[in-house]
Design a protein around this ligand. Structure first.
Ligand SMILES: Nc1ncnc2c1ncn2[C@@H]1O[C@H](COP(=O)(O)OP(=O)(O)O)[C@@H](O)[C@H]1O
Ligand SMILES: [Mg+2]
Length: 217
């Protein structure tokens, strides 16, 4: 049985319109890297929102590690916390993820919420900032950063939660060539460390490069 399993999912934003996602089924095993390619407007972000329990399909079933994920079950605080601890989501638009006054606090936010000790929070925060190469942004206001820098801060804050699944929506958008290579290598390392990766992009050239990265394994 798959770790993440979608069965016959159909999703529409407006009941009177054609579904954005129609009768979609797929399985993802632990440690797998899944790449999703599609044009703008094809429903990639919608699918990732469903995987993260932010939108719910009208029909079909979503199983995460054997648990049925529904709007109702995520109203249960304990279940919702467990689910969101396992699955980390990088939104397409990092602005919606950044709300702290300083980059350090942004990355530390998740670990603090998890109730870790101050030392552990500090260690994780610094490790993840180092991993993303953003140590120099420590004291900066996320709001004033460039798009690419915001993306890195948002990704560092996802990594700080240490989820076993990383769902990344257009992670390369706004990144320069050097940062792109850096992120490709990081994704390779994350996959090698056993993380499950689900990555959506509209960019075929980058997907090709990513595929090469995942084939290195
Ligand atoms: N909140 C929403 N309400 C209504 N329609 C939406 C909403 N979000 C996205 N859509 C529509 O759903 C379709 C798929 O969007 P999206 O999942 O963002 O595509 P992609 O990420 O592949 O570019 C688009 O036509 C978009 O306009
Ligand atoms: Mg999108």
């Amino acid at each position: 049985m798959g770790y993440i399993k979608l069965s016959n999912i159909t999703f529409t934003y407006n009941d009177d319109e054609k579904p954005i996602i129609s009768d979609l089924s797929f399985c993802v095993d632990r440690g797998q890297c899944v790449l999703i390619l599609g044009d703008n407007g094809s429903g990639k972000s919608t699918l990732l929102r469903i995987l993260n329990g932010l939108s719910f399909p009208q029909s079909g079933e979503y199983l995460f590690d054997g648990e049925k994920i529904t709007e109702n079950c995520l109203k249960d605080n304990v279940k919702s916390k467990l689910f969101h601890k396992e699955i980390g989501f990088l939104f397409q638009n990092p602005d919606v993820m950044l709300f702290n006054a300083k980059v350090y606090d942004e990355v530390a936010f998740g670990p603090r919420q998890m109730g870790l000790s101050d030392d552990e929070v500090d260690r994780r925060t610094k490790d993840c900032m180092r991993m993303m190469g953003i140590e120099d942004l420590y004291d900066k206001a996320p709001y004033h950063l460039s798009g690419g820098q915001k993306k890195k801060v948002a990704l560092a804050s996802v990594l700080a939660l240490n989820p076993s699944v990383l769902v990344l929506d257009e992670p390369f958008a706004g990144l320069d060539k050097k940062s792109e290579t850096f992120l490709m290598d990081l994704l390779f390392e994350l996959k090698e460390s056993g993380k499950t990766l689900i990555i959506a992009t509209h960019d075929e050239a980058r997907l090709e490069r990513l595929r090469d990265v995942s084939l290195r394994l």
